[in-house]
Design a protein around this ligand. Sequence first.
Ligand SMILES: [Zn+2]
Ligand SMILES: [Zn+2]
Length: 151
Amino acid sequence: MNEEFTDLLDKHNLKKTSPRLSVLSILKSRDVATSQPELEQIIGKEVDRVTLYRTLTTFEEKGIIHKVLDLNGTSNYALSSSTISNNQLHDEHVHFNCTVCLNVYCLDQLHIPKLSMPQGFSSQNVNVIVYGICYSCNKKAEEFLKKKDNA
Ligand SMILES: [Zn+2]
Ligand SMILES: [Zn+2]
């Protein structure tokens, strides 16, 4: 069992169940945010859909993970930066949604600047999503063009 995750569940007063530990280790192993259907595929029959849904909801409420909507309106989940690094500040980061592969990336190194609200407005959270082409799709395009040049 991964100590990092059992400690994390302890900290949030959550029972150390195997679905919870599986979800955490899957989300940590991926460099892109993961949708519930993708999680279902990776976990397999070991965890039923309702349990998975409840696990994600609990984690989101506790701030252990965060949700990002992609171009299709699908929810994608990723570990919160504070879950990985104990740094609360990094949690307001920019997201990137690739228009080719549709993957959602957490750009932890890009922080969302403080926005000053007009009088009478109070902000609760800010979402910034950049749409474009990710490094891996850019690389594929480059390789494709190189091959074409050599042909
Ligand atoms: Zn891409
Ligand atoms: Zn993120």
